[in-house]
Design a protein around this ligand. Structure first.
Ligand code: SF4
Length: 292
C-alpha cells in the first residue's frame, strides 16, 4: 500500500469513528447544562454513550457516514492526480472495512456505486500554499443535516432581514428554527455572508473547519458568533429537538465580497456527529500531526 493511501485511510478511519476534542468538549459542556431527568439530558447522554461506543469498537459514529469532503493545502508541485487516486483508493478500502457506508448514488437512476466513488465522490478541494507539508482535512457530512441548510437573499421580507449584520442574525436564527427537530442537534452552523450562490455555500462549509473554541479575528463578527449561540440556546429547541438548553454548539461566520446587486447569507448545518479531522503529512506522506 502506498504511504499516502495508508495515511489517508487512517484519516478516514479516525474521522468516521472519533469526534475531535473541541467537539466532545462542547458536547460535555452542553450535557452539564441540561436539567437532570429532562428529555434534553437524556438525548445528550445517548449521544455521549454513542461517542464512547463508536470509539471503543472503531465503528462509525453514525450509520450515515455522509458526503466525503477533502480540503487540501499542498506545496508547489503536488501531484493532484496522484493524490486523487490515493484518496479514492483509501475511500474504497474504508468502505470495504465498514468505516464508510455505501453512500454514493447515481442521481438519475438511483444506482449505488457500492464503493463511494462517482461524480463528486469524494469531493477534493485543492489549494497551493508556501509550505512543504500537505495539510489534509476531511469532513463527513450526513444527509439529515445537509438537508436543513439554507440560503437567504437579502432583503428578505418573510423574516424582516435587511442587508446588514442584524439581517444576518435573523437569517441564522431562522435557519435554526427551520431545522428544529431535524438534522440531529445540537448543531454547528457554518455561515457565509456574501459571495454568490455557489461560493457562499462553499465558504459556509469551509467555516466548519474552524475549531469550535476559536475566535473570529473581527471583533464585531466574534461578538455576533457568540451572541447567536446564546440566542439560539434560549429558543428551547434543545438536543434532537426534545427541548432544552443546548440547541447550537457553535456558529462560525465567514465573509466574501459580493456584487452590489446581491446579498446572500448561506448557512450549512452540521449535526452533533461533527466528523472532521485533519493531518499534516511530511514529504514521506507519513502523518506528522493530527490537527484537531
Ligand atoms: S444528521 Fe448527523 S447524526 Fe443525524 S443521521 Fe445524519 S449524520 Fe447521523
Amino acid at each position: 500500500m502506498s504511504q499516502l493511501r495508508e495515511s489517508l485511510l487512517d484519516l478516514v478511519r479516525r474521522t468516521s469513528t472519533e469526534l475531535p476534542a473541541d467537539v466532545t468538549s462542547a458536547l460535555d459542556t452542553g450535557r452539564a447544562l441540561e436539567a437532570q431527568g429532562s428529555a434534553g439530558a437524556y438525548a445528550m447522554q445517548v449521544i455521549n454513550d454513542n461517542i464512547g461506543l463508536a470509539q471503543t469498537a472503531c465503528q462509525p459514529l453514525c450509520q450515515d457516514t455522509g458526503s466525503i469532503l477533502f480540503f487540501v493545502h499542498g506545496p508547489r508541485g503536488l501531484d493532484q492526480t496522484a493524490f486523487r487516486a490515493a484518496a479514492e483508493e483509501a475511500v474504497v478500502l474504508a468502505t470495504e472495512k465498514g468505516w464508510l457506508r455505501q453512500n454514493s448514488v447515481d442521481s438519475i437512476t438511483g444506482a449505488n456505486s457500492g464503493n463511494n466513488l462517482g461524480p463528486g465522490f469524494p469531493y477534493i478541494h485543492f489549494e497551493q500554499w508556501e509550505q512543504e507539508q500537505i495539510d489534509v482535512r476531511l469532513m463527513l457530512k450526513g444527509g439529515g443535516c445537509e438537508n436543513v441548510g439554507g440560503q437567504y437573499s437579502l432583503p428578505d421580507a418573510r423574516i424582516g432581514a435587511g442587508r446588514d449584520l442584524d439581517g444576518v442574525r435573523k437569517c441564522v436564527l431562522d435557519a435554526t428554527l427551520q431545522a428544529q427537530g431535524k438534522g440531529c442537534g445540537p448543531g454547528i452552523l457554518g455561515v457565509c455572508v456574501g459571495g454568490d450562490r455557489a461560493t457562499g455555500y462553499a465558504e459556509s462549509k469551509h467555516q466548519l473547519l474552524r475549531r469550535l473554541d476559536d475566535h473570529h479575528p473581527d471583533p464585531h463578527l466574534d461578538e455576533l458568533e457568540l451572541s447567536l449561540v446564546d440566542d439560539a440556546n434560549r429558543l428551547g429547541i434543545g438536543p434532537m429537538g426534545f427541548g432544552g438548553r443546548t440547541t447550537l454548539l457553535g456558529v462560525k461566520i465567514g465573509v466574501l465580497n459580493r456584487l452590489p446587486a446581491s446579498f446572500f447569507v448561506s448557512v450549512s448545518y452540521m449535526c452533533w456527529a461533527f466528523r472532521r479531522q485533519g493531518v499534516l503529512l511530511g514529504a514521506d506522506h507519513q502523518i506528522g500531526e493530527w490537527l484537531y
